[in-house]
Design a protein around this ligand. Structure first.
Ligand code: HEC
Ligand code: HEC
Ligand code: HEC
Ligand code: HEC
Ligand code: HEC
Ligand code: HEC
Ligand code: HEC
Ligand code: HEC
Length: 447
């Protein structure tokens, strides 16, 4: 949004709020009370350095005030002050509980365009997707509602008012703003959000090491050399944002997605081999989206709602075409198409390995070698129980799926040969060998 548009929309919010019930009182420059929006108050009040919030918080939290002074918010005319986001109800140490909670809706009042894009993104669904996992509810509260483990990254997702109320009631406190994931408080900087490091804290590690893969790929290495000045400013070097946030579009989503399963209305994607479809059905069964007979379960609705899989060829093709536009900026279309097709082929190959491993464990349930755990709906392996699966063989299957399969295809797409091969494919082969041997031992032990 251009600056003038923002300033205008700030003014419009203030005007429309004058007639709305949500209006509240904020002291103005001369100390008189004026009526204005509960959010988006165009700071008719004192200059930034003079506001009561800033004056006191210079002592209380100097780092916050310093960041805010460095931000576009403090430099704007009218100023976007502390009270624009936090409200004006808290005035001193005794009424801190009156601070208003900042959510994406707070930012939306002035940044509607980015909010609307974000709301369509996979990021917006992150809180819902996390909560849809059976494993989530077997974790210490700090890991989820306390925004430490799963919650520490998935807090980027939008939360309803009721959900925030619930979170506060269990004492979670912070982590409701979503929009501060890439431009962190209180600088809220565009320059920060444009660097690949803005994504690194969440897109790293066990099951999604995009940071490690990218930063050691030729793409990331060239970006680093360019920033160091070893390569000229004009050198072509894509960042995460070049490929995933083209033109600043906040509606981030990929063709295959995290789990790399796609269907075309519960039929194969056009042109896929029969074998691949069979393997995918097995994987969908282990994800609990199809039952052991192959019929859709209640989890399919959850998957559709949280966009965990691409469920139509049209959806997949649209996102693929978008990505191709990014590659074509630097590569020939021929080259880019070929490279992406290799990623697809890799998924076909790793699905062979994973499906075989799933069938081995499923057979153990089928012949009674393994008993159905009480928490399972079916006597069938459930990949979404994560590390909470009841047997070592299923824990290994979980690692094969979430750690090694992920690395194999994500490494292929992110131009990182080592992740694709050694951390991915090679590990999967070893997992399969071990699962075969463990299954034999389990059966022998039962006899
Ligand atoms: C007279 C001093 C004073 C003034 C004025 C003041 N604050 Fe505070 N504020 C505090 C103190 C003290 C705390 C608690 C700090 C702590 O927990 O370490 C606090 C905490 C906060 C917090 C954190 C809330 C939390 O739950 O931890 C926010 C946000 C905040 N103030 C915003 C504001 C805003 C916005 C204004 C102006 C409308 C303002 N403050 C005015 C002293 C002040
Ligand atoms: C553009 C919106 C915005 C403005 C302006 C803003 N804040 Fe914040 N502030 C946030 C967000 C977002 C959070 C994080 C909330 C969360 O995690 O739930 C936050 C958190 C805080 C916290 C508590 C967290 C911490 O790190 O200690 C304090 C204190 C605080 N703000 C003080 C201030 C003060 C003082 C000002 C003015 C100098 C200010 N804020 C201006 C958006 C804003
Ligand atoms: C009261 C209106 C208002 C609110 C609320 C508000 N902003 Fe802003 N924001 C602005 C204005 C005005 C600018 C300056 C635009 C410019 O200079 O181009 C700005 C600029 C920005 C920028 C660009 C900074 C840069 O380095 O160029 C980012 C990012 C941003 N805001 C994020 C946020 C986030 C995140 C929130 C919510 C936590 C938020 N804003 C809340 C009005 C607001
Ligand atoms: C996944 C990271 C990420 C998240 C989450 C995110 N942003 Fe951004 N944002 C960016 C990037 C990257 C840019 C810079 C895009 C560009 O280069 O033009 C940006 C740019 C902006 C700008 C400046 C636009 C301009 O062209 O001046 C604003 C304002 C903004 N974001 C607001 C928001 C708001 C509001 C939210 C939450 C609804 C949000 N952002 C969430 C990454 C993010
Ligand atoms: C040169 C372009 C490019 C860059 C740079 C890039 N990606 Fe990707 N990314 C892709 C492609 C291609 C895919 C797979 C697309 C598909 O599903 O067909 C992908 C997929 C993803 C996915 C979905 C799961 C997966 O890995 O397949 C995530 C998440 C992701 N990227 C995040 C990132 C992050 C974070 C960065 C930076 C650290 C980054 N990407 C850098 C092109 C890129
Ligand atoms: C605060 C953590 C956090 C940050 C920072 C973050 N992401 Fe994400 N990202 C997530 C989570 C969590 C998901 C999965 C969302 C879900 O569960 O619905 C995700 C999903 C994605 C996806 C979609 C994968 C798919 O399923 O199609 C892409 C692409 C992506 N992020 C790219 C980025 C890029 C690029 C950046 C930096 C500009 C970034 N993210 C910053 C946490 C983050
Ligand atoms: C370090 C940050 C981080 C932690 C910790 C984390 N996640 Fe994620 N999660 C992500 C990111 C980033 C993605 C998207 C990765 C991709 O697309 O490659 C994701 C993807 C997911 C998805 C898939 C969403 C989809 O729709 O495709 C689910 C479900 C999920 N995580 C649940 C969890 C659960 C449950 C936990 C805790 C046991 C957890 N996550 C811990 C960052 C994290
Ligand atoms: C901003 C420019 C830019 C964009 C966008 C870009 N690349 Fe690259 N890419 C490069 C450069 C430069 C290299 C290094 C060339 C070399 O190694 O000689 C490279 C290298 C690669 C490599 C390593 C293998 C090789 O032949 O060097 C692959 C694979 C690749 N890119 C695929 C893609 C794909 C797929 C996309 C789109 C998703 C993409 N790139 C987007 C600039 C870009």
């Amino acid at each position: 949004m251009k600056r003038s548009t923002i300033v205008r929309s700030v003014a419009v919010i203030a005007l429309s709020a004058a007639a709305s019930v949500a209006a509240c009182s904020i002291p103005s420059r001369d100390g008189a009370k004026t009526t204005s929006a509960h959010v988006g108050e165009p700071a008719a009040g004192p200059a930034p350095s003079e506001s009561a919030c800033v004056r006191c918080h210079r002592e209380i939290t100097p780092g916050v005030v310093g960041d805010w002074l460095a931000s576009k918010h403090s430099q704007n005319d009218p100023v976007v002050g502390c009270e624009s986001c936090h409200g004006d109800q808290h005035r001193d140490a005794n009424d801190v509980a009156k601070v208003r909670t900042v959510t994406a809706d707070t930012c939306k009042t002035c940044h509607g365009e980015q909010y609307e894009q974000f709301a369509k993104s996979k990021h917006a669904l992150a809180w819902a997707a996390m909560n849809a996992m059976p494993t989530t509810h077997a974790k210490p509260v700090a890991m989820i509602d306390g925004m430490k483990g799963c919650g520490g990254c998935h807090k980027v997702g939008l939360k309803s008012e009721d959900e925030i109320k619930r979170l506060k009631s269990v004492g979670s406190g912070f982590g409701y703003a979503s929009c501060d994931a890439c431009h962190t408080r209180h600088t809220f900087s565009l320059a920060e959000a444009r660097q690949p490091e803005a994504c690194a804290t969440c897109h790293m590690g066990f099951d999604h090491p995009q940071w490690e893969m990218y930063s050691t790929s030729k793409h990331g290495v060239r970006h680093g050399l360019k920033r160091d000045g070893a390569l000229p400013e004009s050198a072509a070097a894509p960042t995460c944002q070049t490929c995933h946030m083209q033109g600043g579009d906040h509606a981030v989503i990929t063709p295959w997605g995290f789990l790399a399963v796609r269907t075309n209305g519960l039929a194969p994607y056009p042109g896929e081999s029969e074998q691949w479809w069979k393997d995918r059905v097995t994987i969908l069964q282990a994800l609990g989206v199809l039952d052991p007979e192959g019929k859709p379960t209640g989890r399919l609705d959850v998957v559709a709602g949280a966009k965990v899989a691409r469920l139509s060829a049209e959806e997949f093709d649209r996102e693929r075409a978008k990505l191709m536009t990014a590659c074509s900026e630097c590569h020939s279309e021929n080259f880019a198409k070929g490279e992406l097709a290799k990623g697809d082929q890799m998924i076909e190959q790793i699905d062979r390995l994973l499906a075989e491993a799933i069938r081995i464990v499923a057979a153990l349930y089928a012949d009674g070698t393994l008993a159905k755990p009480a928490s399972y709906t079916y006597a069938f392996p459930d990949l979404l129980t994560f590390h909470d699966s009841p047997t070592p063989i299923e824990n290994l299957l979980f690692r094969m799926h979430l750690e090694h399969r992920m690395r194999a295809f994500q490494g292929t797409f992110h131009a990182n040969p080592d992740y694709a091969l050694w951390y991915g494919w090679s590990e999967m082969q070893q997992d399969l060998t071990e699962i075969r041997a463990m299954a034999e031992e389990l059966r022998a032990g039962k006899k």
